[in-house]
Design a protein. Structure first.
Length: 157
């Protein structure tokens, strides 16, 4: 799989895509590595993963919110961004499994928002394709962490 690096974007957006890509790849590695420790070790890894995923969702939402404010967008984007921001913040203060589900929903909501035609026309194609790829990778990482937490304490063999 080729990871989208935002080639052809202005320098600031290109650096932002690279930074987001590094965060998502780190989350994928962490949530695959969550299977290595047993029992309570998984909980500590999951707490760190939840915090990093929430930070990522807050940054993406902040980018979209600031762009909407700068361009004086009046199509409901600002209201739609309230949900992922709230979910990412609440996910830090609930049980870990519930937090993973909330982060999964927040990321899914951002992906739905990014799929709307009004959103697509405001952002360059490399940005949209990079975000789509990062969103899917984050969903896979969060799902892996969630399953690892659900199977904590179960041994096969």
């Amino acid at each position: 799989m080729r990871l989208e690096q935002g080639l052809g974007l202005p320098k600031q957006l290109h650096l932002l895509v690279i930074a987001h890509l590094l965060i998502v790849v780190a989350l994928v590695i962490i949530n695959v590595g969550i299977w290595v420790p047993a029992d309570e070790g998984r909980v500590m890894v999951a707490k760190f993963s939840n915090a990093l995923a929430a930070l990522y969702i807050l940054v993406i939402s902040g980018v979209y919110l600031s762009a909407s404010n700068a361009n004086k967008v009046q199509d409901g984007t600002k209201k739609a961004l309230i949900l992922p921001i709230c979910l990412a913040l609440v996910a830090q203060f609930v049980f870990i499994n519930t937090g993973v589900v909330l982060l999964w929903l927040a990321n899914g909501w951002l992906m739905l928002l990014e799929a709307t035609p009004s959103h697509k026309k405001r952002w360059p194609v490399p940005w949209v394709s990079a975000r789509r790829q990062q969103g899917v990778l984050l969903l896979v990482a969060l799902t892996s962490g969630f399953v690892a937490l659900l199977t904590k304490g179960q041994y096969y063999g």
